[in-house]
Write a protein that binds this ligand. Structure first.
Ligand SMILES: Nc1ncnc2c1ncn2[C@@H]1O[C@H](COP(=O)(O)OP(=O)(O)OP(=O)(O)O)[C@@H](O)[C@H]1O
Ligand code: NI
Length: 347
């Protein structure tokens, strides 16, 4: 197989919900790819459509009220047109999901061992003893100490971080090609979060999985991403490799998110304003109503097409880039500031 063929190709993905307030456009025509062994992070504020986008891939969106359109190709196969039984096979074996709250996914009435062994036996026709050995091996791999003894413990006897490790172990049972992780560390404290991120990185090296990682935290993105997709109000504002995104953030929204990081200009503040009503999005760029660089043409027409700003396929959806635009409108202010900062920084 050509290694340039992406594991996952998403094109013009659009997911809507019928609501009492009208048609809600949660994801509006987004494109991205995940290659083998690569980590792609979808990042954006709460309500941007990250979860809906990630759950649309394997058609986890309830329909109705949801409806998914566009192209999703996994290993060259069109997922959107698959039958329910084909989808079940893909979901169970090829694409694994882990979610924010492991306690929701674990049954508190059964031991951890019972739950892993059952999941192993759904996948493979092996004896109880062999399945038990697999369970011990999996738990050991995800860093659960004394795994053989812990099989007989119930979920409440595990800490939050350990439960998330158990969920990761269960996701690995089928040796998936793609792992979709939706805020898997958000509920954990910072040191545990760092350990889980390191574990995911190690497992990715070992298993060669592609990972699609959903987070609202750019700090996490900096830790683990190869590629970054910045989403806002259902649209992609910017995407590119992680180095490009942090070295030359180009969309005002990306720049604002970075400034919100500890040590940034807006550290601790967040971006002023709120997301637009998803049942009635504004014309032009979705971010224009909150953007300090917005000009008249930002509020007309649709979201600007993603414009490629360098050879590495770093793309941005902003009128100040490409045809007739002047990127310095967005970037110069910071340049000036960097200069004066530079002059004053004696300490
Ligand atoms: N089942 C549903 N029915 C109606 N609207 C929905 C449904 N699921 C999600 N939405 C809406 O879709 C939009 C995107 O939601 P989504 O959960 O994808 O955001 P998110 O970026 O994952 O946010 P968070 O960081 O809070 O998880 C929101 O406006 C949300 O209210
Ligand atoms: Ni979400």
């Amino acid at each position: 197989m050509n290694t340039d063929t992406p594991l996952l190709t998403v094109e013009d993905l659009t997911t809507t919900f019928e609501t009492d307030a009208g048609l809600l456009i949660a994801v509006d025509g987004i494109d991205f790819e995940v290659h083998e062994g690569e980590t792609v992070c979808i990042v954006g504020e709460s309500g941007s459509g990250k979860t809906v986008a990630s759950e649309s891939i394997t058609q986890l969106i309830p329909s109705p009220p949801g409806s998914v359109d566009g192209t999703v190709q996994f290993k060259g196969r069109d997922v959107v047109s698959m039958s329910e039984s084909e989808l079940r096979e893909i979901r169970g074996q090829q694409i694994a999901h882990i979610f924010q709250n492991p306690q929701d996914a674990l049954n508190h009435c059964y031991t951890i061992g019972w739950q892993i062994i059952e999941a192993v036996q759904v996948h493979e026709d092996i004896s109880d003893e062999a399945a038990r050995e697999r369970a011990v091996d999996l738990l050991t791999r995800v860093g659960i100490a004394n795994a053989a003894a812990r099989l007989d413990d119930y979920p409440h006897e595990f800490s939050g971080g350990q439960k998330q490790r158990v969920m990761i172990a269960m996701a690995l049972i089928t040796d998936p090609a793609l792992l979709i992780a939706d805020e898997p560390t958000t509920a954990l404290d910072v040191t545990v979060q760092a350990k889980i991120l390191r574990l995911l990185n190690d497992l990715q090296d070992e298993f060669g999985m592609g990972v699609l990682f959903v987070t609202h935290d750019l700090g996490v993105v900096a830790e683990i991403a190869d590629q970054v997709v910045v989403m806002y109000a259902g649209k992609v504002m910017e995407r590119g490799d992680v180095y490009e995104i942090f070295e030359t953030p180009s969309h005002p929204y990306t720049r604002a998110l970075i400034e919100c990081l500890p040590g940034g200009n807006r550290s601790g503040d967040g971006i002023e304003g709120t997301l637009p009503d998803p049942t009635n999005p504004p014309d032009g760029c979705r971010f224009a109503p909150r953007c300090e660089h917005a000009v008249a043409k930002c509020t007309h027409g649709g979201q600007p097409a993603l414009f490629s700003i360098d050879a590495a396929d770093h793309r941005v959806s902003c009128v100040h880039y490409g045809h007739g635009g002047d990127p310095s409108v967005v970037t110069s202010e910071d340049g000036d500031q960097a200069q004066s900062d530079g002059g004053a920084a004696d300490d």
